[in-house]
Ligand binder design. Sequence first.
Ligand code: DLL
Length: 433
Amino acid sequence: MIWNRDIECMNRQEIEALQLSSLKQSAGRAYSSVPFYKKKMDEAGLRPEHIQKLKDIEKLQFTVKTDLRDNYPYDLFAVPMKKIIRLHASSGTTGKPIVVGYTKNDLENWSECVARLIVAAGGNDEDIAQVVFGYGLFTGGFGLHYGLEKVGITVVPASSGNSERQMMLMQDFGSTIIVGTPSYALYLSEIAEEMGITKGRHRLRLGIFGGEGHTPEMRLEIEKRWGILATENYGLSEIVGPGVSGECTCQCGMHINEDHFYPEIIDPDTGKTLDYGEKGELVLTTLTKEGIPMLRYRTKDITYLDPEPCKCGRTSIRMNKILGRTDDMLIIRGVNVFPSQIESVLVGMEHIGPHYQIVVTRKGYMDEIEVHAELIDGSLLERIGELEALEHNIRHKLKTVLQIDSKVKLVEPRSIERSIGKAKRVIDLRGKM
Ligand code: DLL
């Protein structure tokens, strides 16, 4: 089923015409209502009317996360506070959070975008969805919640944590969809196993996962453990929250809600716009946001775009899985390493569970990584010969993928910390030793 066929199956010319007219309005609104944007455009000798075709977007400067911090809390808002009816915030690792505000129209558009991705993933009004994202300033819980309700799905706003209770609710309420981060879904599968809630003893059939990445290998692991179809969606607070894009049941890339968000891919070093299919940093421009319009926001997320219409009938451009973030890329002895490369090696290997951590240290001028991987069977720790052979095998596989040597430490089952939200997989001790 397609939630909004008129938009989701529009032909390219029509969607581009719609995008151009919305872009002109959005740039005009930003220029006339937000001093930050006016100053930037004036300095570049640019006026909103210089945008005559979609390509002209490249004349606009980028917006970055520090611009939101520098304008904390409300200076990027384009409407008076009385028009803002919701705030969300995303906490960074340092200092103040970034704050985003939504008007009534913004909230309606947000629910519409989320409803589309829920239906694309295969949800319908017969479903009961357990939302295990945190409800609060984080956009995950509320963002998904209103989209699910719009589709007519019964929502169980369980929020995150309290895992045994989650499992009780899942069984008793007959939840058919789980909505959360993939890492929490994985953790919950362990709790389910401990509680003896095996596949026939729950009604779950679909996972709608986002907020963090997971490799194809991890997706398979989650699907196998739960016996569900796992779909993925993407978004970020600065742009809206969840709802920027989502997969259909073909699981072949996330359909972007292009009538609301204009995507570009740039070379993160030069800022130059790249072509379809080329990997680079995703840059998004909001086309309809009233509360806090974002022009050419650099997401730091690395992906590529595919404009081919999908088997499902949708014509919207799809973005590939996020391959990593420009700021979670580790540079180890000059070589770029993404945590997702390590995940793809570990997950699905015999004897190795899907939980891992990457510890980065510095000895003198030399950076080192040590990969901690959990064993499925702890008794292997006593069989030194087998243990060493397994460690050696993993090191070899990592070297083939990463092109650098890494250390491997196999640890007891259940010894790596579980997450109820976004997993923290990298522990960077450089500069802290
Ligand atoms: O995580 C919004 C969201 C919530 C999306 C729930 C989907 C589901 P933030 O906390 O601002 O917002 O974090 C945004 O999370 O720039 C990505 O780096 C990462 N991210 C979100 N979805 C994915 C995904 C929400 N499917 C940041 N794959 C983004 C990889 C993702 N990374």
